[in-house]
Ligand binder design. Sequence first.
Ligand code: SF4
Length: 80
Amino acid sequence: MGGRVPAGLAVEVNGSTCRMRGTDHVPVRCAALTGKVGQQVACGIYEWRPAPCREFEAGSHACGIARMRHGMAPLEGTIL
Ligand code: SF4
């Protein structure tokens, strides 16, 4: 809280950790995500996104798992 992410989009987990609002919902959907998954999406706070989002790499193992959870094939070259 109080970082670069707009406060209304962050939920405190404990004294030192926050998560993006919506990421504990089922189905998971970050409150900052715009668009429709599988068609076209964008981060509504791209310039202010938190560190985990900055570190997430397209084509990584985690990317492949996330894509499969949404019914999409992993990106070409993804090692699962
Ligand atoms: S990149 Fe943006 S939309 Fe995606 S999880 Fe992070 S804050 Fe949410």
